[in-house]
Design a protein around this ligand. Sequence first.
Ligand code: NAD
Length: 278
Amino acid sequence: MQQTDRRTSFPSRLVGQHALVTGASQGIGRAVAVRLAQEGAAVAINYFGSPEGADETLALARAGSAARGHEGLDHVIVKADVGSEQEIAAMFETILARWKRLDCLVNNAGFQRESPSEALDVETYRRIIDVNLNGAVLCAQKALAHFVARGGGGSIINCSSVHEIIPKPGYLAYSISKGGMANLTRTLALEFAGRGIRVNAVGPGAIDTPINAAWTGDPQKREVVTSHIPMGRVGTPEEIAAVFAFLASDDASYITGQTINACGGLTLFPEFRENWAS
Ligand code: NAD
C-alpha cells in the first residue's frame, strides 16, 4: 500500500467538514483525501474504473483519521465518471442523501494525452475537456446549489496545474482545460464571494504520481525533468495535499479566486536563472 502519511506535525483544521474529492483512487487525489481525513473531515472518495485504488485510499483515510484521534468519521467511496453529467448528478445525490451536507468540493480528476496538435483527434480532445474542465464545472454547480440552499458557505478547490499559465506543446487539450480552470475559479469566486463561498485552485508542478509514470521511474528522464525545476526536485503528492488542506481550512478564510502554484519555482521563468537577456 502506498504510504502517504509522512507528516504528522500539522493541525486538525477540518473537524466537522464533509469533503468530496474527485479522482481520489491514486496520486494527488488520494493524498488530498487522506490529508483532509487526517485533519478531521469526512471524505467522499470518488473513483472511475476499478475500485481497488479507492479501497486503498479509504483504508489510508480511516487510518489517518484514527491516528489523529478523529473517530467515527463517515468516509465513503463513490463511483462516477466526472466526464458524465448523469453520473455526476447521481454522485451528488448519493453523497447528499447520506451526509445531508457538503462543505468542500475538490475537483481533482484529470488526465492528459500527448499528440501533435494538428493530429489530436476530436474524440480525445472532447474527452479531456469533458473530464478536466466540464466535469469540474458540473461538480461545482452541484456543490454551489447545495451551499446556497443550506446557507453558511462552503469551498471549492480546483486542481489546476502550472499549465494554467505555462503553455504545454503537444498537450493542447490539457493546456486548454487547465487554462479554463483559471477563469472557472475566478468567475465563481467573484459570483459567490458575498455568500461565504470561497473558490480557489492549486497549481502543481511536476509531482511524483502515476500521471508521470513515463519518466518518474527512469533515472535519466527524471534527471531531465528535475534539471528544469528551480528547487531541483520533483514534488510529492503530500506537498500538494497540504495546500488543499490549507485552502479548505479557516486559515484561508480571506482567500478566494486564487491559484496557488506549488511547483518548486517552475512558474518563475527558470530560463532566466542566469542573466542572458540584457
Ligand atoms: P493520476 O493519474 O495519478 O490521478 C488522476 C486521477 O483522476 C485518477 O485517480 C483517475 O482515476 C482520475 N480520473 C481520470 N479520469 C476520471 C474520470 N473520468 N472520472 C473520475 N476520475 C477520473 O494523476 P495526478 O497527478 O494525481 O493528477 C491529479 C490532478 O492533478 C489532475 O487534474 C492533474 O491534471 C493535476 N496535476 C498533476 C500534476 C503532476 O505532475 N502529477 C501536475 C499538475 C497538475
